[in-house]
Write a protein of this length. Structure first.
Length: 404
């Protein structure tokens, strides 16, 4: 019970502190609604304050969930590890903006290097119930970590899925050998190592899932044009290499475009961007080593208009396998408000690894915010997944979000 009291105390303290520490408390949102957990419906009250101390940011998550059958959900606060999950995240600076970048808590988009091995990884929990059915657990936070050090002569990028019970580790070390050349001073050569020590129960590999890799990037004309290349090898499975050109132009405050074109030569059992946003759910399955080579052509484009509409596509097609598609759409609530005088925000993400398999390796997440008043939104979110075997996972929630 003392843990529950701690949660309630932190929540009340955050709300009370709003007028006192207005310059520190960046925002304070709250949710009132319902959440589906393990096929049970729970009522939910959740306060989510965010604090800013210069470069330091911190977000808290203070939930209270219950239903008529079980009462208060004790699993959310019956152990010391649950107190740690009060911290939604603690972050220092922004990635690539300062020499030191650090984030502890929920990880939404972790990328190492060019993203050939780790690309937008998310540490969402996935657990097995007593009924031997896989379920998503978005209510159960995993305290991951990202630590990047970017100095003039080189640096490191690190990631861990869970600092309490670590299982997945990622490390990239890189050097900048041309720092004395004005145009190419940001040229980088990197070496990566990523391993999941408990992937054996979810893949055909017997023990761990380990990937080695190396990469380079050469800015040709500032941020507008960059040449890049990658090589990676999945231990006891396949390898792949890629190269191409990428760039971007514009100002995110008005109009920004980022793009890329590339080619890859992969073994049939090599998985590009293996550790991605859906890895913890679908658990891709590299097979034993084969000699079949696959040539892949890929491209991406991302558009950002007035920080109001963001649209992105990534597409790839291979000679010996089916095409895949990743797309994302974000529409700010003020866009609809300008047209209809009603605030409606949309955030949608779609990832289909095989476009000819309608119910395998698919990730779909959607969130819709509907403004009820200036400070109150109705929020509906749903996440659907099909893994490589066609097993279906789903979680959904509806809540009233309040901004204090």
């Amino acid at each position: 019970m003392r843990y529950l009291r701690s949660l309630i105390f932190c929540g009340l303290l955050s709300v009370v502190a709003l007028p006192v520490y207005g310059e520190i408390l960046d925002s304070c949102d709250g949710k009132i609604g319902a959440l589906l957990i393990d096929n049970k419906m729970y009522y939910e009250i959740n306060i989510q304050p965010e604090f800013v101390f210069g470069q330091l940011k911190m977000g808290l998550d203070l939930p209270l969930r219950w239903n008529d059958e079980d009462g208060i959900r004790k699993e959310d606060w019956d152990g010391k590890e649950d107190i740690a999950t009060i911290f939604r995240y603690i972050q220092w600076a922004e990635k690539n903006a300062e020499p030191l970048y650090l984030r502890v808590g929920n990880i939404d988009k972790a990328t190492l290097g060019n993203g050939f091995i780790v690309s937008d990884y998310a540490n969402m929990s996935r657990e097995d119930t007593k009924k031997e059915k896989n379920t998503l657990t978005p209510h159960k936070r995993t305290l991951g970590s990202i630590i990047d050090l970017n100095l003039n002569g080189g640096g490191i990028e690190t990631m861990v899925n869970d600092i309490v019970s670590p299982r997945l580790y990622g490390l990239r070390c890189f050097v900048k050998p041309l720092t004395t050349m004005p145009v190419m001073q940001n040229t980088a050569i990197g070496f990566s190592y990523v391993t999941d020590t408990k992937a054996g129960t979810n893949t055909e590999l017997k023990k761990d899932l380990t990937v080695y890799g190396m990469d380079f990037s050469v800015p040709v004309f500032k941020e507008y044009v960059t040449l890049y290349g990658d090589y990676a090898d999945i231990k006891d499975a396949g390898n792949g290499m890629g190269y191409g050109i990428k760039g971007g132009f514009g100002n995110i405050e008005s109009f920004r475009t980022d793009w890329g074109l590339g080619c890859r030569e992969d073994d049939d059992n090599f998985i590009y961007g293996l550790f991605d946003s859906s890895y913890e759910v679908v658990k891709p399955m590299p097979r034993a080593t084969t000699t079949t080579q696959n040539r892949v052509t890929c491209g991406n484009i991302n558009l950002n208009i007035l920080k109001a509409i963001a649209l992105g596509f990534y597409y790839e097609d291979a000679k010996n396998s089916n095409p895949s598609l990743i797309s994302q759409l974000t529409v700010d609530k003020n866009v609809f408000h300008t047209i209809t005088k009603q605030r409606i925000g949309v955030n949608a993400f779609y990832n289909q690894k095989d476009m000819k398999e309608s119910r395998k390796n698919i990730t779909l997440t959607t969130e819709v915010n509907y403004g009820l008043s200036d400070n109150i939104d109705m929020v509906y979110s749903v996440k659907k997944y099909y893994d490589g075997e066609g097993k279906f996972f789903k979680t959904s929630s509806m809540a009233t979000k309040v901004r204090f």
